[in-house]
Write a protein that binds this ligand. Structure first.
Ligand SMILES: NC(=O)c1ccc[n+]([C@@H]2O[C@H](COP(=O)([O-])OP(=O)(O)OC[C@H]3O[C@@H](n4cnc5c(N)ncnc54)[C@H](O)[C@@H]3O)[C@@H](O)[C@H]2O)c1
Length: 441
């Protein structure tokens, strides 16, 4: 892309920097979080004339959206319901998004995949490095809360599909820094929805939510119609974002599909969540941490299976549908860490397996979270109806994951990750971070 340089607000945000740009291969662009239109109100983005023309056309009533009731569509026949051409995938430098991007870029060379990610502490360009040379891939560094950036991207890339993964995701961080979670997860989603509505050419908007919106105090297997009763700040922001999606679906007819996923694990997850952190600590010969007594249970999906599920939902879900992305592999936090201790200490010799007591010598039991949901059992009948089943056994996925985190070369993608290997990680709360929280264009 050429054109005049971006103007930035006076708060020390980064100007646009071309990290990589080629004609026929994938490209990396870097856009600061605070990119704003110029003071004269003109868009600061290259090609802004086109942007405004399309915006006016959309405003004249060219939008194709029709009202849809959220959550009522079952999509049980597994037939092709959507054929994307150009996908905006937010949060694609993070854990799940990078696996989904990888799968889509390789499996569908005829689709263009544009990843938008601001590269938080948990996102890493390295997660997408393998895609750099692919002609149907582009990376843009930027913030989903920047309306002018989104307005530009949607039009310039002729996006017809949004897959929205970008979020602040760690429950521990959300106890300490809940406003930043509201900013990214609620405001960020709202800005994205509004831009999609104004643009008027989105055929499918996939909002990625979590099982945590159901709350974790019941043994009932939650269906997609169950009440939302989130308990921690992270889960509440995800539920709030869902309700805004609902408004855009029902009031404006934006073609939204929603997922509510169980826990995902596997390579490339930032090592501040249970499996990734424990595997890293144990591989370094250090003790792992357990919150409380470790009896809280979680259901796990291997990330490769998860990426396949998003592929299936992208193509086969009914517009307006909500889909639990579930797993039958439920296990207590303590048992997860004991398994990792065994993998680390006797990876291939089951005869020498450690007893529970021996495993526990490698575990430090810390004070529990401010609130810790017991479990998240979800009914996954609806997604199974689209033809998806998890393939990876927990034992196999865990072994592959432990192996990945045992290689220090895989961890250098996250500068400063050592600081997060504590019982209860928290976000940095320096001045710059706080200032960004309240930045609204
Ligand atoms: N990991 C899980 O177990 C799990 C389970 C269910 C649902 N989810 C949901 O899946 C999605 C992806 O989760 P993940 O585990 O891959 O998360 P992650 O933390 O690894 O990645 C999130 C990515 O979003 C980016 N991001 C955050 N705020 C942004 C903003 N304002 N603008 C642009 N980019 C921004 C970050 O830089 C990061 O790369 C999230 O919406 C999460 O709520 C995750």
């Amino acid at each position: 892309m050429t054109g005049r340089p971006f103007r930035v607000s006076g708060r020390g945000r980064e100007p646009v920097t071309a990290m990589r740009k080629t004609g026929s291969t994938g490209s990396f662009l870097s856009v600061g979080a605070g990119v704003t239109p110029g003071a004269d109100g003109a868009s600061a983005y290259p090609g802004a004339g086109d942007v405004h023309m399309l915006g006016e056309e959309a405003a004249k009533g060219e939008t194709k959206h029709a009202r849809v009731e959220m959550g009522t569509n079952q999509g049980s026949d597994g037939a092709l319901k959507h054929q994307p051409k150009c996908i905006l995938l937010t949060g694609g430098a993070g854990f799940i998004g990078s696996h989904v991007a990888e799968r889509l870029v390789h499996r569908y060379p005829e689709y263009k995949i544009v990843v938008l990610d601001r590269l938080d502490y948990c996102g890493a360009p390295e997660n997408l490095r393998e895609l750099e040379q692919c002609s149907n891939f582009k990376f843009v560094r930027g913030d989903i809360r920047s309306k002018s950036l989104l307005d530009y991207l949607l039009r310039a890339e002729q996006i017809d599909t949004v897959m929205h993964f970008a979020a602040s995701t760690h429950v521990d961080n959300s106890f300490q820094s809940s406003i930043s979670f509201t900013s990214n997860n609620v405001l960020g989603t709202h800005v994205l929805l509004e831009c999609a509505r104004e643009y008027g050419r989105i055929q499918r908007f996939m909002h990625v939510s979590t099982d945590e919106v159901y709350g974790g105090e019941t043994d009932m297997r939650n269906t997609e119609e169950s009440m939302l009763a989130p308990t921690n700040p992270y889960a509440c922001t995800k539920a709030a974002a869902e309700f805004i999606c609902r408004a855009y679906s029902i009031s404006y007819g934006l073609p939204i599909v929603m997922t509510r996923g169980n826990n995902v694990y596997g390579p490339r997850q930032y090592p501040d969540k249970l499996i990734a952190k424990s595997a890293t600590l144990l591989a370094m010969g250090k003790h792992a941490f357990i919150h409380g007594d470790g009896r809280h249970r979680r259901s796990y999906i291997y990330v490769v299976d998860c990426a396949e599920a998003f592929d299936v939902i992208l193509h086969r879900a009914e517009t307006g549908g909500v889909y639990n992305l579930g797993s039958e592999q439920e296990i207590s936090n303590l048992d997860v860490v004991r398994r990792l201790v065994r993998l680390t200490n006797s990876p291939s010799d089951s005869a020498a397996e450690l007893s529970d007591e021996e495993c526990d010598r490698w575990i430090d039991f810390s004070v529990d979270r401010a609130f810790n949901d017991r479990r998240y059992p979800v009914d996954m009948t609806r997604l199974q109806g689209l033809g998806w089943q998890p393939r990876t056994q927990f034992a196999d996925g865990l072994a592959q994951t432990a192996q990945w985190y045992a290689d220090p070369a895989n961890l250098v993608r996250w500068p400063g990750f050592l600081n997060k290997l504590v019982a209860h990680p928290a976000l940095d709360t320096n001045g710059a971070n706080t200032e960004q929280l309240f930045f609204i264009e």
